[in-house]
Design a binder for this molecule. Structure first.
Ligand code: CA
Length: 224
């Protein structure tokens, strides 16, 4: 799951990014409308976190442009403006949710997860293949009834593979889903991560296997 955080206050942006990163999301950051437009041209996002008061304009203009071109990407507005008319204005413009500053990072993360769980949004609730189960709400993973205890990044990788189980997932798609633009995967990072996840699954006796297709990507399938 890849998110774009559009926020001009550097400290807040860093805190939000860190919280979302810990929650297993790939996060890009734009400090203003122009940067956000550039990011949106380069990558596909599962949701946006949008500040309203930005250095180069109001976040609502970006939201209006998105909705005008029928882009239904979930948008959570983040703002210090707490006047009721601002809230209504944001929701009228097509925002999916609204969080008033100051807020708790935990609340932001759970509101984003809630957005992604809505119908037609990217996040289902329970993914499984064989005895392997991943709950996208609690971010827990199990083999049978035994917890797998994966890291946030390992869980994110398993989620991407489970969503396309039985099909090849291109390396670039995994890179895009797992790493933000500012922290791209080093050449080895993906292989190391896949290796770790594969070993975890094996050690837990999972009846699935991650196959490597050299130069193409990875495939999660039921074990022979
Ligand atoms: Ca601001």
């Amino acid at each position: 799951m890849r998110l774009l955080v559009i926020e001009d206050e550097p400290n807040l942006a860093a805190l939000v990014r860190a919280a979302l990163d810990r929650a297993g999301f790939a996060v890009d950051h734009a400090a203003g409308l122009a940067e956000a437009d550039a990011c949106l041209r380069m990558a596909a996002y599962d949701a946006l976190v949008l500040d309203l008061g930005l250095g180069d304009g109001c976040g609502l203009t970006l939201l209006r442009r998105l909705r005008a071109r029928h882009d239904g990407v979930p948008v959570l507005i983040l703002t210090a403006r707490d006047a009721p008319e601002d809230r209504v204005g944001g929701l009228d413009t097509g925002a999916d949710d609204y969080v008033i500053k100051p807020f708790h990072m935990d609340e932001l993360v759970s509101r984003i997860r809630a957005l992604l769980r809505r119908p037609n949004a990217a996040l289902g609730v329970r993914l499984s293949l064989g005895t392997v189960v991943l709950d996208t709400v609690t971010r827990t993973t199990q083999v049978g009834s035994e917890p797998l205890g994966l890291s946030a990044r390992e869980t994110a990788l398993l989620e991407l593979l489970l969503r396309r189980a039985g099909r090849v997932v291109p390396r670039e798609a995994l890179d895009q889903g797992l790493y933000g633009m500012d922290s791209p995967a080093t050449p080895n990072a993906m292989e190391v991560l896949v290796h770790r996840l594969r070993k975890r699954l094996q050690d837990a006796g999972a009846d699935v296997a991650i196959h490597t297709l050299r130069g193409v990507g990875y495939l999660l399938a039921a074990a022979e």
